[in-house]
Design a protein around this ligand. Structure first.
Ligand SMILES: Nc1nc2[nH]c(O)nc2c(=O)[nH]1
Length: 447
């Protein structure tokens, strides 16, 4: 239900958009007015929220995640490993996932994201052991309860060890099963409309876990239903070697050969590209979800963000699954992007505004949306408000920069589609202690 009142969020301490230094007016699920500094709204307002102690950002948008992996944070079998051995250690653990685990881990991931200022979250769920056929249905239900906007991708694995792939046979599905379920989920849940709270995309997992046939069929299905495509690509050198051995080509050539080099596609990671490949990705309008913590933790490499952007790619930010981060904190991920990318490009080019732009407009573009990611009239009222009262901010000068440089961790207020979902740092209607206890018990079952 929408908030029937018109609300003025008044005089924020700082904001990314200087045109709304006097605040924003929210009506229904949209921003209806930007108020210039020192002025009053022209719209009649029913309520006022004094934001003079808050830094106001567009809601952060997480462009890549695996919610279920919150159950296997710092999992003993996966410590200190790089991608392929990390995955082969964890596949058998994830094969034991049960419906309650998906329910609880989805709530945990969404709650952690919300509390860190995230209003739209992607998830890439690619494990469907027997009994877990309804995993995405469960995620839709949980996202509706928490009121977070979601882009849920129907992930898949079809290339088991017996066919030369990486995952054990017990974790893969037939292509028919995957495609039938993909079509079911799109027709049941995907909302094409502006302001959509749930969208569905198709996400065969990675070159070493799905067949080329499934990639092609998924691209055709995405065309038929006008939905997006998502996969892991160019994450590690192991993957490049796999593509050369298995398909006789590099990952981007493979992507093109299966009909994915177009603007329906956004890729997780996107690290190991050469110059010519970057130009082709940019020309095609492919989006890239940069996942800095995961890329450092798994020692995968560094995404060439600025070259990709200059070529025409949208660059967004993703926390990645919480088994390779091992958290789901979106504002901290913005800081990680700044720190990592400064190593390559220097401090002048990687500013705090730049990384915030990736985590808002950039991620929105990756997800194919222009109704979120900005504080502007007509956009969805998705907002994250941070206070600078914790000890790490004591003595901070520039409030906007402080969020990133001092390491903000928690939003004080978060609004999604015009409704406050976080108030005073607490999620409305959620018993977080009980939820954490359930997650701890379920996670113990997986160890
Ligand atoms: N960081 C990750 N990379 C992946 N590749 C793949 O096939 N699965 C994963 C994953 O879960 N995380």
């Amino acid at each position: 239900m929408q908030n029937p009142n018109t609300l003025w969020i008044k005089n924020p301490l700082a904001t990314l958009n200087l045109a709304c230094a006097g605040g924003v007016v929210v009506s229904g699920n949209q921003i209806v007015e930007l108020v210039p500094e020192g002025q009053q709204p022209t719209t009649r307002v029913d309520e006022i929220f004094d934001a003079s102690q808050h830094v106001m950002l567009p809601g952060l948008i997480n462009a890549h995640h695996h919610f279920y992996q919150t159950l296997t944070r710092a999992h003993p079998v996966a410590l200190n490993k790089e991608l392929f051995s990390w995955l082969t250690s964890l596949y058998p653990v994830w094969a034991k996932l049960q419906p309650e685990m998906v329910e609880v881990s989805t709530q945990i991931a969404l709650a952690e994201l919300l509390l860190s200022g995230c209003t739209t979250a992607n998830d890439h769920h690619y494990l469907f052991p027997q009994g877990l056929e309804q995993a995405i249905d469960i995620q839709v239900e949980q996202s509706r309860k928490l009121g977070v906007r979601v882009h849920l991708t129907r992930g898949s694995m079809s290339l088991g060890k017996d066919q030369g792939g990486l995952p054990p046979q017990s974790t893969v599905q037939t292509e028919d099963t995957i495609l039938t379920d993909s079509e079911r989920l799109i027709s049941r849940y995907h909302d094409h409309a502006d302001g959509a709270m749930v969208r569905v995309a198709l996400a065969p997992c990675s070159p070493f876990s799905v067949s080329g046939e499934l990639m092609k069929a998924s691209a055709e299905l995405a065309d038929k239903h006008n939905v997006q495509l998502h996969t892991h690509l160019a994450e590690t050198h192991d993957e490049t070697e796999f593509c050369q051995r298995m398909f006789g080509m590099r990952p981007v050539d493979y992507l093109e050969s299966v009909g994915w080099l177009n603007n329906r596609t956004w890729l997780a990671h996107g690290i190991h590209f050469n110059e010519e490949e970057i130009a082709r990705l940019g020309k095609a309008g492919v989006g890239i979800a940069h996942c800095p913590s995961s890329n450092m933790l798994l020692a995968s490499g560094m995404c060439p963000t600025l070259e990709l952007e200059a070529a025409g790619c949208a660059v967004g930010i993703g926390v990645d699954g919480s088994a390779s981060n091992d958290g789901s904190n979106m504002i901290l991920e913005v800081r990680q992007a700044l720190l990592l990318q400064r190593l390559r490009y220097g401090a002048k080019r990687i500013t705090h505004q730049k990384v915030m732009d990736w985590a808002t407009r950039g991620s929105a573009a990756c997800l194919g949306r222009d109704d979120i990611g900005e504080i502007a009239v007509g956009k969805q009222a998705d907002l994250a408000l941070f206070r600078l009262h914790d000890i790490q901010f004591a003595g901070a000068g520039d409030p906007l920069a402080a969020l990133v440089l001092c390491g903000a961790q928690r939003a004080d207020r978060v609004m999604v589609a015009g409704r406050w979902r976080v108030i005073d740092g607490t999620i409305e209607g959620l018993d977080i202690e009980a939820l954490k206890a359930r997650q701890r018990a379920l996670s113990a079952q997986l160890r």
